[in-house]
Design a protein around this ligand. Structure first.
Ligand SMILES: Cc1cc2nc3c(=O)[nH]c(=O)nc-3n(C[C@H](O)[C@H](O)[C@H](O)COP(=O)(O)OP(=O)(O)OC[C@H]3O[C@@H](n4cnc5c(N)ncnc54)[C@H](O)[C@@H]3O)c2cc1C
Length: 387
């Protein structure tokens, strides 16, 4: 009988794992179990879908560089009509004068790892982006290539469709438990009472992954945290508008004829958000808008079109993904917990899962720093640039 892989969660992480398994030559059965085939509430569909190479750790930079290459070659991979609206307008991350030396050293490290990241002075920034005020700014790091944004829904539709074309089965069902046999998951149990036998199980359930690992009696500090996105218009046209991260903590980028933006809630207002998708309306009025108008005076006049909230799948240990084989359950592979940077890293994570199952190790890019070992030992992977 052929080998069976069951993937829990069918959004971007689950779909890339399935697609890469096939592309790398896995000939067995692959079933992706997804509880909500509309994908209405998954993080992928509600994401800001931006990609940056500005990270503090080489593994995250290299995952992004692979993502950039993958997005640039989307038509070669999926055919001439494939389009994810990929725009490379760069990330501009502004910092106070006190952070200049450390930020400049960070940009040098990113360049040494292969990313194109510039350390700009306030004068340089004002020349490139004359509509921004430079009050309180000492440095801006900027990736003129290899950073930008895309449409996450289009990416998900492409990868999922391509996986199905390669014989991957998507089952519409909720995973409710697991049957163990020794150190292995023998079967994945579904809420309706059926179960799926498996040789390999992949955990790609996004923000629900921590709770599902709890059913296996295994720790994984991944839970849903609400992040709001405001979509608005403003009297500013700028073809070069970047993905801007301001010193105040707000972010904003262009989207269609207008803009989207947001701000992280303060830590004391960031509880487990299971089931809560109501945007933080007060943050828009009280925090986001004033900070935005200070940085970009033309944004004083803006018209809010709509807002929504999605869930970051926050890994409370270190806000980084958890990828690779579990240390005690020998046929369990994880791809989860990316805490707000999962869509950009989904191609690299999916390839890593496929290599783990097919070759027993990471082949193309060593993702060991993101391994489960650090969850077990409580040792965070230090990453200085998290949002
Ligand atoms: C507002 C916002 C902005 C973001 N901005 C960015 C960004 O700019 N760049 C970036 O890279 N990332 C960003 N992210 C993060 C990114 O969206 C996530 O890291 C990524 O989508 C995670 O993908 P996933 O497949 O792991 O999770 P999800 O997309 O949440 O998918 C998990 C799937 O598992 C399914 N599932 C859960 N439990 C079960 C079960 N028991 N049985 C069956 N199925 C189950 C769910 O229905 C869901 O479809 C953002 C997220 C949000 C919310």
């Amino acid at each position: 009988m052929s080998e069976q892989v069951v993937i829990v969660g069918g959004a971007i992480m689950g779909s890339f794992a399935a697609w890469f398994l096939r592309r790398e030559g896995f000939a067995g059965d692959i079933t992706v179990v997804e509880k909500d085939p509309t994908y209405r509430f998954c993080s992928t569909a509600l994401s800001a879908a931006a990609i940056r190479t500005q990270f503090g750790t080489p593994v995250n930079i290299h995952m992004s560089l692979f993502g950039v290459d993958f997005f640039r070659r989307i038509k070669q991979t999926f055919g001439p009509t494939a389009d994810i609206g990929y725009v490379e307008n760069g990330y501009l991350i502004l910092g106070s004068p006190e952070t200049s030396a450390a930020r400049s050293a960070g940009a040098a490290m990113q360049r040494a790892e292969g990313a194109e990241v510039l350390a700009l002075t306030p004068d340089d920034i004002a020349q490139r982006f004359p509509y921004m005020s430079m009050d309180g700014v000492g440095i801006g790091t900027f990736g003129p290539t290899g950073e930008g944004w895309f449409d996450a829904w289009s990416l998900l539709s492409l990868v999922r469709g391509a996986a199905r074309d390669l014989g991957v089965r998507y089952a519409s069902a909720e995973v409710a438990g697991f049957d163990m046999g020794g150190d292995r998951i023998r079967a994945v149990r579904l809420a309706g009472g059926d179960s799926l036998a498996c040789d390999w199980c992949v955990m790609a359930a996004g923000a629900a992954s921590g709770a599902l690992m709890g059913l296996l009696g295994q720790p994984l500090p991944v839970s849903p945290r609400k992040r709001s996105v405001f979509s608005f218009r403003a009297p500013l046209r700028a073809a070069n508008f970047p993905m801007l991260f301001d010193t105040s903590g707000i972010w904003i980028r262009a989207e269609g004829d207008g803009f989207i933006g947001g701000i992280q809630p303060p830590a004391d207002r960031d509880p487990d958000a299971t089931g809560d998708f109501e945007p933080h309306h007060d943050l828009m009025q009280d925090v986001f808008w004033p900070a935005l108008a200070t940085r970009i005076p033309a944004m004083q006049e803006l018209r809010l079109d709509r807002s929504w909230a999605g869930h970051y799948e926050v890994n409370a240990l270190d806000h980084n993904g958890v990828v690779g084989r579990h240390d005690e359950i020998s046929n369990l592979v994880l791809s989860t917990g990316f805490s707000g940077h999962g869509v950009m890293h989904s191609p690299a994570a999916g390839r890593g899962v496929a290599e783990t199952i097919l070759h027993g190790r990471f082949v193309s890019l060593d993702l060991t720093p993101l391994g489960y070992h650090r969850i077990r030992s409580g040792t965070p992977m230090p990453e200085s640039i998290v949002y």
